[in-house]
Design a protein around this ligand. Structure first.
Ligand SMILES: C[S@@+](CC[C@H](N)C(=O)[O-])C[C@H]1O[C@@H](n2cnc3c(N)ncnc32)[C@H](O)[C@@H]1O
Length: 328
């Protein structure tokens, strides 16, 4: 949700005009913008407050050398008779078949000997597999109600995992620069050396529904730590985790969150991703950024979002304008 992967060529064309060597991607999500920055030869600090998002960035950005060999994968797939059976038992009748759930418990049990980079690849491959196997790619409903027989739903989680490991292995490269991935609320993030550029892509306050990442991806966030210390929402049928508060989700707190954000990073070039469907609107955001930055420039690009489940074609292919607001 909210991934910028389709916009990467445009992002590169804008970022390529700016002078910087070190960058912070403060809301890294899928990690694709951090990866772009790595490809562009920058030192990258990738951060998100969700642990599974950090794993994507750890596997593909922080990690420059580690991959999973065929033997490593074989070891991960071995039976683990003394494994914990948390997923098998807790998510029975909610997500995935019995064999798929056993597979997840098994890989978790076998993953303990992996290095940090390898573990991030294994976890990223598991997340990708779970998303692929889940109808609509989110964990808001269980029970396979939307099963339309397509390939992604027919493959076992293990099949998906094998494909996904190949994909993540193939992304690993050494750019010769230094990269780090962290899990932190942006406002609590300790910055030791001021990055030349900070890229900010916070969630948008939506017009309808909500933008809660935990609601959609709680299973992946739980899996990131095998639900250690996690708290289920008391009434959730799909065993959601409790919502993580972010001020960017609410009209009454979003503006002051942007103000704080711009102040925190006032010594860096700020590049904010925003869309015409978000709140506050563009003139207001420019005004807030101008308080910290003498030069503010806005780049825009039309972008079509696809919402597969909407019934009307006009709703299904909404055109929004994407902005990059650059303050120097
Ligand atoms: C729009 S998405 C980022 C998408 C990303 N640029 C990509 O292309 O995949 C917003 C991200 O912000 C994270 N997030 C929300 N509030 C946060 C906060 N207060 N601190 C850090 N991360 C936060 C969410 O977990 C989510 O991954």
């Amino acid at each position: 949700m909210g991934s910028k992967h389709r916009l990467l060529p445009w992002l590169e064309s804008v970022l390529g005009q700016l002078n910087f060597e070190t960058a912070l991607d403060g809301f890294s999500g899928s990690g694709c913008v951090s990866y772009l920055l790595k490809v562009m030869g920058k030192d990258v600090h990738s951060n998100d407050f969700l642990a599974f998002a950090t794993d994507f960035a750890r596997a593909t950005v922080e990690n420059s050398t580690e991959t999973l060999s065929a033997e490593d994968v074989e070891r991960l797939l071995e039976p683990a008779p003394s494994r914990e059976r948390f997923i098998e038992q807790e998510f029975d009748g909610i997500f995935f078949s019995h064999d798929d759930r056993v597979f997840l418990d098994q890989v978790w049990a076998n993953a303990s000997g992996l290095s940090k980079g390898q573990l991030a690849i294994a976890m990223s491959a598991l997340y990708r597999s779970c998303i692929k196997k889940q109808p609509r790619g989110v964990f808001t409903v269980g029970g396979g109600r939307y099963d339309d027989g397509r390939r992604d739903l027919r493959l076992t989680l293990q099949d998906h995992f094998l494909e996904s490991v190949d994909i993540f292995n193939g992304l690993v490269f050494d750019s010769g620069c230094h990269h780090v991935a962290t899990t932190s609320d942006i406002f609590a993030l300790a910055i030791h050396e001021t990055p030349d550029l900070v890229y900010l892509d916070p969630p948008y306050v939506p017009r309808a529904d909500d933008n809660c990442y935990v609601k959609r991806y709680h299973f992946l966030e739980g899996l990131a730590t095998y639900w250690r210390g996690a708290e289920f929402h008391p009434t959730s049928k799909v065993k959601k985790l409790r919502k993580r508060y972010t001020p960017f989700s609410y009209r009454r707190t979003a503006e002051s969150a942007f103000e704080q954000l711009f102040e925190k990073f006032r010594d860096s070039t700020i590049v904010l991703s925003y869309s015409s469907s978000g709140y506050p609107d563009l003139p207001r955001l420019v005004e807030l950024l101008r308080r910290q930055k003498s030069e503010v420039e806005v780049f825009s690009e039309e972008h079509r979002y696809h919402f597969g489940t909407h019934s009307r074609v006009s709703d299904a292919r909404k055109l929004v304008t994407e902005y990059l607001i650059v303050g120097q």
